[in-house]
Every structure is written in C-alpha cells, then in structure tokens.
Ligand binder design. Sequence first.
Ligand code: ZN
Length: 506
Amino acid sequence: MDPKLRRMASSFVALLLLLEQGMFSSFPPPSGPLDRVFQYIDLHQDEFVQTLKEWVAVESDSVQPVPRFRQELFRMMAMAADKLQRLGAGVDSVDLGSQQLPDGQSLPIPPVILAQLGNDPKKTTVCFYGHLDVQSAQQDDGWLTDPYTLTEVDGKLYGRGATDNKGPVLAWINAVSTFRALEQDLPVNIKFILEGMEEAGSVALEELIRKEKDRFFSSVDYLVISDNLWLSRKKPALTYGTRGNSYFMVEVKCRDQDLHSGTFGGILNEPMADLVALLGSLVDSSGHILIPGIYDQVAPITEEEKKMYEAIDLDLEQYQNSSQVEKFLFDTKEEILMHLWRYPSLSIHGIEGAFDEPGIKTVIPGRVTGKFSIRLVPHMNMSVVEKQVKQHLEDVFSKRNSSNQMAISMVVGVQPWIANINDTQYLAAKRAIRTVFGTEPDMIQDGSSIPIAKIFQDIIQKSVMMLPLGAVDDGEHSQNEKINRWNYIEGSKLFAAFFLEMAKLH
Ligand SMILES: [Zn+2]
C-alpha cells in the first residue's frame, strides 16, 4: 500500500477506535468556558482517580452490622465532609442517633452530610444525592483483585464502591472542584445530601428529609441522583422512572402442627394444595397477571414513548446470553423493555412452612405461607392493587370450599416513580450529554424499585432526575465491581457541563 494511503488508513482506524471507545468529546473540541473545564479535568484525571482510590480503601460496609464497619462508615463520612469543607462548602454532619438491631445490639448510624456551595438567589439550586456505604465484599467471594484496593486494568478501575456509588459522588465533586480550581464562578448553587446507610435500607433518612423539608431543602429547585447504570456499555442514559413493588403474604392454615399423610391424608383439605391453587391462579404462562382489574390503571402508551423505546441501545442477544436464560417471553427489544419498565409483573418468591429439604418426608404441612410481589408501574395505586389482590384470592379460595383458614397481607409497598422528561433539568442533561458524548442519551427506566427518587419527589415536591455514569457491565453489588476510567472522567465533565446548561436554561 502507498505509505500515504496507509497513514490515512491507520489514522482512520485510530479515529474509529476513538469513536468505538466513545471518545466523541475530543472531536470536535468544545468551545466557550467549558474548554478550560474539560482541559483541567483531563489534565488532573490521575489525581481524581487517586482520590477514588483513597475512598474505595475505606471499608464502609453498611450491610454487616459490625462495630468495625461502623467505624469505617464514620471515617468515610468524615473524609467526605472534610473534602467538601476544603472546597469551601458549608457542611453539616447530621447525627442520626443509633439503630436497634433485632438481636438487641445497638449500633450508631453514620451521619448524613448536608452541604452547600453558593447561595446566590439569582441562581438555580441543584441538590445531589449520593451514598458512601457499600455492599459487603471479600476477595474470597471471587474477586480477582483486593476489593478495597482500587486496581486499574485496561482502563477499568476495579474496587468495591467504584461505581456504586463513590465514583459518581466524586465525579460530582470533581466537577465542582474544577470550577473552584479555575476560579470560575459556579454556574448554579450546589447542595449535597450524602448518606452512609443506603445499602442497609437508608435507615432514618426519610425522617431527616421530612425534617429538613423547610430548612435545607427549602431552596432546592432540582434533585439529581447518580446511583444506577446505563443500559449500554457505551451509550449514556437518563433515567426517568422506576417500578414500585407490593409484597404479599398469603397464609393457609389447618392447624399449627404438621400432619402425617398416612394418618390424615385423604380426610382433610391440605393447606399446601390450597396454597398451590391460590399461587397458580395469579399469573399465566405468558406472564399475564390474572387478577381482575389489575391492568385497568396502567398508563396507556403514547407515540412519543414508543419512539423512545425504538431508539434505545440494547443488544438483546448479549443480554440474553449474559443472563443465561434460554428464552425470554418476548422477542423484540421494545417488548422486553416495556415489560420490564411500564407493565406490572407478578413474581412468586417462596413458601414458608413447606418441606424444602432434600429426601423423602411424608409430611402434610399444617400451616404454609406463600410469598409473591407485584412490580407496580404508573399510574397503579397501591391500595387499589391491595384490594384487587385480596378480592381475587378470596374468590379463588371460596370456590375451593376448603375448611382451612386463609389470611392475606400486603407487607411492603413502594410506589412507582416517574419524572417529567420535559423538565428543565432533563433538557439540560440531554444537552450536556450531547456536548460531552456527542450523542443523544437512551431514555430509560429501571425495573427495580429505587425508593429514594419517589421519597424526594413526594416530600420535597421538586423535579428528580437520575443521571447515571456507570456502564451496564459495572457489576454493582457483585464481585469485581468497576467503573471505567473513561466513564469516571467523562462523567466529571458531564456534571460540569450540566451545571452550565442549567444556568443557561434557568
Ligand atoms: Zn447505590
């Protein structure tokens, strides 16, 4: 090949590689005040990674209620408070008292950090929520590196909490610190709420938010959470909804003790047979929920929404392979996503009191409890769902003419959350994503329940947005959790660009 042609070909390949890695941001170069901000972030990326390394090194495990980990959690919150103070933030570490555990032990709850940078009434105020506690991790669980030593391999930063949620919290702080370092005025007022008990159910947080509604949160205009993942490895996403959940227990009881099938089999209604019939009446083999009226409240789909599903980057084959499921109920990306996000689903989880050991035992369980839950979507109302479920099970049970007793209870309920994607902060985030990544975001929802978004929306009554930074393969909660260096650094730029867009749109 002609050497000139070869050079051209190789630079073309290099460009493709850059695009492949998603490095859209370097081409074309950004203009305006963002120029210096992006340059600064690029030049200081090793420093930013080093801070993440220091934070990951803190074993801030909130899942195991052990004094040693609680101390680590307090140390983590103190480090974060110190970091924010050095940026010039007003920081309040709110004491939440202690937590009574079921075994009688009492453990102190790590403080929640409420911090504020800037208090200009002419500017809009954006509050960032994040958490600094992590799920448990031990190298024996199958980690290839020490989970608490951030280790970089091929641009991936492995470590517990790297993506959930220390990396994204630091990315937000990196964005703020860049404006500070460049002595550029912060485009928006910034607030932080950082907790240390998220992985343990955000103990005492809701109460604090309620208490601070008219104080700390009174000046907050927008809330941003960055605690979930993209749907793709390369394409950024914006999350505007999560499903809720209603968890049910249905108990069928003959008597408190178990019975012997040789002595009683054939002369009474067996609780297990009743329960299997009840559980079997809930959902059919196509995933359709059989409880009358359950779909009546589900929001109808719009044309705009259909288009959003079509545009989403999801490799169905890879998704299917990585989940090791032979076949899903649906064949297209759109149907799969809709059934994960915008339609309810019913799952049967287990039976308490049933014989579940290996081997043979001719027992008739005397009292069994079936457990199932329904993932709720807009605009399902939890108390209506509760009534429908109870009515349905009572109908099925009464047709059986059983002499057993049945009791139904809804034990946990989390409402679904949905945001208005035309809110200013969604528009600003879209523009910032375009600037940094050169692409439109996937507009996604989450099939799981993330109560914090709904709590903020209900109590503070301001727009809530989830702006994730991590890639779909980051492995939050699992072994070898990581965040890509690229996601972490470009994510810091994304937040900086978001501040500027918010100021422009305000
Ligand atoms: Zn998290």
